[in-house]
Write a protein that binds this ligand. Structure first.
Ligand code: FAD
Length: 433
């Protein structure tokens, strides 16, 4: 079963990567950079790669990103760099994502770059959560001479990168390798440590930290208000994906994964999480997987590539359809009642996964003073110093501030917040000196 989770997009060979890099036109006004939320110097690193200077290419990437092997794999390139590439007019953009990934993997495999570290004298910062937002803040502040400790509630750092996105799209060893590089910048990781339970933000500020960054994401899944939603075998896609990642990691046994081989599965919702759940269900041996979506095909929120790959793998789609009831027997799911354009249908089903979004938990804000959230639970932040919450010295960024977005948008936000934290800590130290 595990082989089913082998990475599906294979990497370039060195020859292929250099040939691909040579296709870049090195435009005077590079549109690819405009399409990249963190404004990577894409022509710069591609140009170095085209001449075989992989270390120099990596140095350019390091100026903007702490997670290139990850972004190279999971960014929505079709909407960003590659979508903006001038060669996309002929439907053949430079494969920027694959090139970024090639350079980052090559650097890790060959251990090319050793960064010179600044002494950690500027202050001490606690980072809560180790998803893309927390990792970015931690890496950027460590590079700038801050002493950074990351507190993560899970057994391993990485957030959605480790426990959400499936192995076949993002191998967990790649995530671990990127995190090792951040550790090498002098960042300390404390895992299995739920802030709000083991220590509050108030205590962090009282005890040793000059500032705290909250990058705790959105861990509370939204649910449907329909009859039968609490039946056995109706659960969240995010829970299923997490259990499969734990299983693939050898942390839990197969029986703990909520899917039995041969089952018929319905996935409610059609975003990227739904595509991941559907494709993962097939890999875990589901007999059939049907995505139920209230809109038409053209409105599907998932990325086109994700949708196309799901179709290729055999996922079925019920368009303009609404699940109105989960029907059970002995408290166990047996069927779903669905309103379709052809009328109401009762479809026998063994299991349902819900993928209709998620929102922040309140464990941190409810245990510390003065961190205000909006009516949906998202943390409110200011523009100056960038990312500071309504509590002085406490900052936030990533999905816990915005509705769930993407890895690179969480990173973009976090980069700005890291600057805001540095400004704040420097200013406080100056005032107290
Ligand atoms: P997260 O990644 O959610 O990290 C938050 C971290 O905080 C977690 O590790 C959590 O354990 C920790 N935490 C929470 N509370 C506490 C606490 N009290 N104490 C200590 N630690 C705590 N985006 C893309 O760009 N491309 C994709 O292909 C893609 N696929 C996705 C697939 C899935 C299944 C999901 C769920 C999301 C996907 N996304 C994708 C979205 C992307 O992963 C998120 O936007 C991004 O991870 C948000 O980063 P973050 O750091 O804000 O939060």
């Amino acid at each position: 079963m595990k082989n089913n989770f082998a990475e599906i997009n294979v990497s370039f060979t060195t020859q292929e990567a250099i040939d691909e890099a040579k296709r870049c036109l090195n435009c005077k006004n590079p549109l690819c950079m405009q399409g990249c939320p963190i404004e990577h110097n894409i022509p710069g690193f591609i140009n170095q790669l085209s001449m075989g200077n992989i270390g120099a290419a990596m140095q350019i990437i390091n100026e903007k990103s702490n997670l290139p092997a990850i972004c190279g794999r999971v960014c929505p390139h079709e909407k960003q760099c590659e979508g903006h590439c001038i060669l996309n007019k002929r439907n053949n953009p430079v494969k920027v994502g694959k090139l970024e990934r090639f350079i980052a993997d090559f650097d890790s495999n060959m251990n090319l770059i050793k960064e010179r570290l600044k002494p950690k004298t500027r202050g001490k910062v606690a980072v809560v959560g180790s998803g893309p937002a927390g990792l970015t803040v931690a890496g950027d502040l460590a590079r700038e001479g801050f002493n950074v400790m990351v507190f993560e509630g899970q057994k391993e750092p990485g957030g959605v990168l480790m426990y959400g996105i499936p192995e076949y799209r993002l191998p967990k060893d790649i995530v671990r390798r990127e995190i090792k590089k951040i550790e090498a910048l002098g960042v300390t990781f404390v895992n299995d440590f739920l802030v709000g339970e083991k220590m509050t933000v108030d205590q962090m500020l009282e005890r040793e930290f000059d500032a705290v960054f909250i990058g705790s994401g959105t861990s509370v899944p939204k649910t449907l208000d329909i009859p039968g939603i609490t039946l056995y075998r109706v659960s969240q896609s995010s829970y299923f994906l997490r259990m499969v990642n734990l299983y693939n990691n050898g942390d839990i046994s197969r029986i703990a994964v909520p899917l039995i081989e041969g089952e018929n599965i319905a996935v409610i919702g059609a975003g990227n999480v739904a595509m991941d759940a559907a494709r993962t269900a097939l890999r875990m041996g589901a007999k059939s997987v049907s995505v139920i979506y209230r809109g038409v095909e053209e409105e599907i929120p998932a990325l086109k590539t994700e949708y196309n790959e799901a179709v290729e793998e055999g996922v079925q789609f019920l368009w303009q359809s609404r699940t109105v009831e989960c029907i059970g027997e002995n408290n166990t799911l047996k069927a779903i009642r669905v309103e379709t354009p052809e009328g109401e249908k009762i479809i026998p089903m063994d299991r349902v996964f819900i993928s209709i979004g998620s929102k922040p938990a309140n464990r941190i804000v409810s245990t510390s003073l003065g961190i205000e959230v909006n009516e949906n639970g998202y943390v409110i932040t200011k523009d100056y110093p960038y990312g500071m919450t309504t509590r002085k010295g406490v900052f936030a960024g990533g999905d816990v501030v915005h509705t769930p977005q993407t890895v690179v948008l969480a990173m973009r936000e976090a980069k700005q917040v890291a600057k805001g934290i540095a400004q704040y800590v420097d200013a406080v130290k100056l005032l107290n000196s």
